[in-house]
Structures are given as structure tokens and as C-alpha cells.
Design a protein around this ligand. Structure first.
Ligand code: NI
Length: 176
């Protein structure tokens, strides 16, 4: 279902929502039509937000699908991740501030492996592998986490998480 005010985009679910905590299911051959329809809507939704990554559960779809675009040099560089898997991580860690379109307005420092290898299928069904560092490494891990029902706040202390989720709930109430 598309966003009534913007028919080319989808409403983004805000935490806490059950589907954001659920494990998404692998995409199979029978999902091809659905994925083909969903990908452009997910990109439009992400660009409008704006954000650099969006996972299918964030738009209410429990499939292992995510889109990413870091817009290097302000030019589009869209990546479609179908059934992405992290196949290797560096021992070295990196900490950076993360946010999430499902946790709007809230940010926290998250520590993750600095470099990752990710295997996935692209929108055309071609098998791909990316080796990423920096922001892309963090973004890929963040989006793949979404497919396992994990949010960036699950990587911080319970104390910080509770504080952040209370602030989010308050901001959401006030926005109504
Ligand atoms: Ni997110």
C-alpha cells in the first residue's frame, strides 16, 4: 500500500513495531514480481526521507530485501540487496553515529566491524559481492541487521536504548 499523499512512496514504520523486530524471509523465485514492484518504491521512499538505506521490513514487507545509496559526490549510486549475507568481517572495529528512518530524530554511536564482505543478488538476479569499509560498511551492516529484526539501538547499552526510545515515543506523541 502506498502513501496516500505520495503515491510513488511507501509509509515508513516507526519503532516499536513488531515487524521491525522480526526475521525477514529469504526471497525466492516466486517473489520476483513483488520485488520488481517494490524496489523503485523503496528507492523513492528512501530518497524522499531522505536516507541512505532502507530495508523492506521498514515498509512493512518481511522479505530479505534492502536498498542503499550513499550518493557519493551527490550522484546516485543505487545498490539493491536481495538476500544479502555478510560473508566476512574485519577484526578491526569502527564507531560512528547512526540513525534510522524507523527511529527518526534519534542518533547514537554504534561500534561494528570496520570492513565487511557482503554477498547478495542484485535487482537483475545477478550474484554480486561487495567489499566495503567506512560508511558503506556500517550502512550494509545496519540494513542487513534490519532483515534479522535488529535495530541500531540493539547495539547500545540498555540504559541508552531506553532513554532514546522514550525520547522517540515522546517526539512521536508530540508530532500527532
Ligand atoms: Ni535503519
Amino acid at each position: 500500500m502506498t502513501d496516500a499523499a505520495h503515491p510513488d512512496t511507501l509509509p515508513i514504520l516507526i519503532a516499536p513495531q513488531a515487524i521491525l523486530k522480526a526475521r525477514a524471509r529469504p526471497i525466492g523465485a516466486g517473489d520476483a514480481d513483488r520485488v520488481r514492484d517494490l524496489v523503485p518504491l523503496m528507492f523513492a521512499t528512501m530518497y524522499k526521507a531522505p536516507g541512505i538505506g532502507l530495508a523492506a521490513p521498514q515498509v512493512g514487507v518481511g522479505l530479505r530485501l534492502a536498498v542503499v545509496d550513499l550518493m557519493p559526490g551527490d550522484k546516485p549510486a543505487p545498490i539493491v540487496l536481495v538476500n544479502p549475507e555478510i560473508t566476512a568481517v574485519s577484526a578491526e572495529l569502527a564507531t560512528r553515529e547512526e540513525g534510522c528512518l524507523s527511529i527518526p530524530g534519534q542518533y547514537a554511536e554504534v561500534t561494528r566491524p570496520a570492513r565487511v564482505k557482503v554477498r547478495f543478488h542484485d535487482a537483475a538476479g545477478v550474484r554480486q559481492e561487495i567489499e566495503a569499509d567506512g560508511l558503506l560498511a556500517a550502512c550494509l551492516q545496519h540494513e542487513i541487521d534490519h532483515l534479522d529484526g535488529v535495530l541500531f539501538v540493539d547495539h547500545i547499552s540498555a540504559l541508552k536504548r531506553n532513554m532514546l526510545m522514550r525520547k522517540l515515543a515522546k517526539a512521536q506523541r508530540e508530532a500527532k
